[in-house]
Design a protein around this ligand. Structure first.
Ligand code: LLP
Length: 419
């Protein structure tokens, strides 16, 4: 968990006071510290690239704000994209097509054509997708996503590498897939697997690398195929709770790269972190609008609900909460922090010991940069909130808040219902 500075009990984010940010931009608001994004990118790139040639494909599903993408473009990152929308966002943020690898699942022919038109390399998820791609194009460089039968993750919903999931070409069919790709005139250049998200230890990454290496060896011995890259996917976890410790990137990078270097002649490793790069760079600021004492508990009612940050409601995820205008003060009372959405599952945090709260206090929800804004919705007809970028005390609005008009602008009332 990132440590934040404070002055006179006021939390600072990237050198700016949280209360000033809330006053200028309103709440709820996502605030990202630009320097932290750059530091995280350099940490993960550095750990791997010190050991072998490395490409970081930032998993932009975690956060696809154009300004964040610009920062990572400047850092030299490449992209893991999962939809044509993400591809388009990255291209508008300045990523050239060769810096984007598309890894979709259940991809339509329409989407395949759009990718081919934009010259995006496709990481193929199924034999069906391979055949359908061959009807659209030939000669292209491709890679395959394999189901490695190695899965891990912070919640069963995000374990992708287990055999029972919908993802990837089954391990037992992967050699056939490459041989069919060659037959169809494609140029297979890589092999990919993704175990899942929020993995806090290196071991599953080592295990999946063993599987990838053995398949790469088989491709070489059986098909004479020399791959250009092995892509170990993303999923590097972060410590959301104060007592957790960060992943040791050196241990992780050593486990992965030593296996690839010793077992294959593959020249490049690709890593696809989303969360590791962006999660802890961002806090969600939300105002205490209501306080309610019930027979069972104290509720701190805030203006961010699961429409703003869905992870606690959807996965039961822990996000640390601090009182930004009483920062560092000792906890006095236990609160449930709940939002304005009309469902009992709408909570941001449960049973947190916080300084005594008053209406108007400002809460900072930590580690909200990954799958925070990008999974937000307009449920209950609540417009999506603002996003702000901070750099050494200077702030920029990087996403305007939506209006009610924005929400209604796509609805159509048939004329016959207007009579
Ligand atoms: N590569 C592939 C193929 C993926 O499917 C994912 C995440 C990543 C990379 C990046 O994973 P990361 O490094 O960010 O853990 N909404 C969930 C996480 C879902 C992740 C889906 N795929 C959450 O809020 O925890």
């Amino acid at each position: 968990m990132r440590k934040f500075e404070s002055v006179d009990d006021q939390m600072l984010i990237g050198g700016a006071r949280a209360v000033d940010l809330a006053e200028e931009y309103g709440t709820p608001v996502y605030v990202t510290d630009e320097d932290a994004v750059r530091t995280n990118y350099r940490a993960v790139y550095g750990a791997f690239s010190r050991r072998m040639p490395t490409r970081i494909n930032y998993a932009c599903k975690a956060n696809s704000n154009l300004a964040i993408l610009r920062v990572l473009e400047q850092e030299g990152s490449c992209i893991d994209a999962v939809s044509i929308g993400e591809v388009e966002a990255c291209m508008r943020a300045g990523f050239s097509s060769e810096r984007i690898l598309y890894t979709g699942v259940n991809v339509s022919n329409h989407e395949l054509s759009a990718l081919v038109n934009r010259n995006i390399t496709i990481n193929i998820d199924s034999l069906s997708e391979l055949e359908r791609l061959a009807d659209i194009t030939s000669g292209a460089s491709v890679s395959f996503r394999m189901n490695p039968e190695v899965g891990a993750g912070h919640h069963e919903k995000v374990v992708t590498g287990a055999r029972s999931t919908k993802f990837g070409v089954p391990k037992g069919r992967i050699i056939d897939a490459y041989s069919r790709a060659i037959e169809l005139g494609f140029r297979p250049v890589g092999l990919h697997a993704h175990i899942g998200a929020g993995v806090q230890v290196a071991e599953p990454f080592a295990n999946v690398t063993d599987v990838l290496v053995s398949v790469a060896q088989e491709l070489e011995s059986k098909l004479g195929l020399q791959l250009e890259f092995i892509d170990i996917g993303g999923g590097i976890g972060i410590p959301y709770r104060p007592e957790e410790s960060p992943m040791d990137l050196d241990v992780l990078a050593e486990a992965v790269t030593s296996r690839i270097k010793n077992g294959t002649s593959v020249q490049q490793v690709i890593v696809e972190p989303g969360r590791y790069i962006i999660a802890d760079t961002t806090v969600l600021l939300t105002t205490v609008v209501d306080l309610k004492e019930t027979p069972d508990k104290m509720f701190a009612g805030v203006d961010a609900g699961f429409n703003t940050l869905v992870r606690p409601a959807f996965y039961g995820s822990y996000h640390h909460v601090a009182v930004a205008n009483k920062f560092g003060r000792p906890g006095e009372m236990v609160y449930d922090v709940a939002g304005p959405i009309c469902e009992s599952g709408d909570h941001i945090a449960r049973e947190r010991l916080l300084p005594r709260l008053e209406e108007g206090d400002l809460l900072a929800v930590y580690d909200a940069g990954a799958y925070g804004f990008s999974m937000s919705s307009q449920y209950n007809m609540r417009p999506k909130c603002r996003e702000v970028l901070v750099r050494q005390g200077r702030t920029n609005l990087i996403r305007e808040k939506e209006s009610i008009d924005d929400l209604l602008s796509h609805d159509r009332i048939p004329a016959r219902l207007m009579i």
